[in-house]
Design a protein around this ligand. Structure first.
Ligand SMILES: *Cc1c(COP(=O)(O)O)cnc(C)c1O
Length: 422
């Protein structure tokens, strides 16, 4: 017998101001999808848009589409559409490349800004040890390229950044590279406060919004962030490997160059000049030709956010997480699954639970059509995407989890085998 109170969950769905957004999405059949923090779902509009771009634009209008269908302006158009979602005025956000590549550009640009200010001794990049690895790897790559005397990474503990950030910044610190929401634990760092402390110490800040953009209010302009990066395939539903975005504060534009100086970042790309001259605006962050099919998908996916108040998204995200925790407790599983995510105010839009059998449990859940994910070494991650996750979904997920734990189905050998992508 189920311990889930579905009538209470249905009542929450009926009062949900975002409930009608769910119909915009292609929800996999009979599936509860709690993995939008890894890969957001497809919208019906995106499916049609990609079909249209291939059928009519590429198919019939071919090369004339660069002008006729504004292909050439997509990076900027998508950037400006995304800007309000991350609290940025227009002209500061552009869509291109991946987070990793955009980090390389932003790190290089910030180091250049420090040199321009006469702060040559500022060569240190501070980031947290359990940041998403690619963020750390990109700094290590730059260190290897430039030499440690020009760029070096200092990894610090997240707890130290939270309690005494000002003690970490010294006269050699150039950049704080901070990810707002920790991908493992779901902890949300106080970015506004960190930016204030960093600026007081002459340090520039690059914010990674991978698990923030589309999940909660972000206020880059108000926070006075210097640079930001983020992906569009998580909470923004842009599609697998969709191009990322990069933000540069208006005050820095025109003040720096970045080394991936491709022709799309030139002041006049179609003048075909042999000498690079950087674009004066946010286009300076572009390198090569935009990936039109992928970017058209992002453009269309962002329409799901039209008229959406991110504060309402945040409120529902926390309510979904609360419902999950309540149902877990009611099902007697709260002690078995140790929740490693902090309290509501200090976390993003996910809950992470430690369990020695997390991988196998996750596989069994997926088989039961409840899609969550696993992160090494032993965390089960449950992501909440308020545009399409319902409160009833939460009930079904916990019901299936309860069944798997009672029957110990996760012990079956097929659930113990690791796949390439976990
Ligand atoms: C998902 C994620 C990335 C991914 O980077 P890509 O270059 O887009 O593959 C980077 N940083 C963080 C914090 C992430 O969560």
């Amino acid at each position: 017998m189920s311990t889930i109170d579905f009538s209470a969950l249905d009542a929450l769905d009926q009062r949900d101001p975002l409930a009608d957004k769910r119909q915009l999405f292609v929800i996999p059949e009979d599936t509860v999808y709690l993995d939008g923090n890894s890969l957001g779902l497809l919208t019906h509009a995106t499916q049609q848009r990609v079909a249209e771009v291939t059928r009519q634009q590429w198919g019939q209008d071919a090369i004339s589409s660069w002008n006729k269908h504004q292909w050439v302006h997509l990076p900027r158009l998508v950037g400006d559409k995304l800007a309000p979602i991350i609290g940025a005025a227009t002209g500061q956000v552009i869509c291109c490349d991946s987070i990793s590549v955009n980090l390389f550009k932003a790190l290089s640009a910030a180091l250049h800004l420090q040199r321009q200010r006469g702060e040559q001794q500022r060569t240190k990049v501070i980031s947290t040890r359990d940041n998403f690895p690619t963020d750390l790897y990109m700094v290590q790559g730059l260190e290897q390229l430039l030499g440690a005397q020009h760029c070096h990474l200092q990894m610090v503990e997240e707890a130290d950044l939270l309690t005494a950030a000002e003690d970490l910044f010294d006269a050699e610190t150039a950049i704080l590279l901070v990810t707002e929401v920790n991908f493992r634990s779901g902890r949300r760092l106080p970015v506004a406060e960190l930016i204030r402390k960093a600026h007081a110490a002459g340090v520039l800040v690059i914010v990674d919004l991978a698990h923030s953009a589309g999940a909660m209010p972000v206020r880059l302009d108000e926070w006075q962030a210097d640079f930001a990066v983020g992906c569009t395939y998580k909470y923004l539903n842009g599609g697998p490997g969709a191009p990322a975005f990069v933000y540069v504060a208006q005050r820095h534009l025109g003040q720096f160059v970045q080394p991936l100086a491709g022709w799309f970042g030139h002041a006049q790309p179609f003048a075909f000049e042999p000498r690079y001259e950087p674009a004066p605006g946010i286009e300076i962050m572009l390198s090569g030709t935009p990936s039109v099919l992928a970017m058209a998908a992002v453009d269309s996916a962002l329409d799901a956010f039209a008229g959406v108040d991110l504060a309402v998204v945040r409120e529902k995200s926390l309510a979904l997480a609360e419902a999950f925790l309540q149902q877990l407790a009611a099902s007697g599983l709260a002690t078995e699954f140790e929740c490693i995510s902090p309290a509501a105010a200090e976390r993003g839009s996910q809950l992470s639970f430690a369990h020695p059998q997390a991988y196998a449990i996750c596989q069994a859940l997926i088989d039961a059509k409840v899609v969550a994910d696993f992160r090494a070494p032993h965390y089960l991650r449950v992501g909440f995407t308020p545009l399409y996750t319902s409160f009833r979904d939460i009930g079904v997920a916990v019901e299936q989890l309860t069944h798997i734990m009672r029957e110990q189905t996760y012990l079956q050998p097929q659930y113990q085998k690791r796949h390439a992508v976990t």
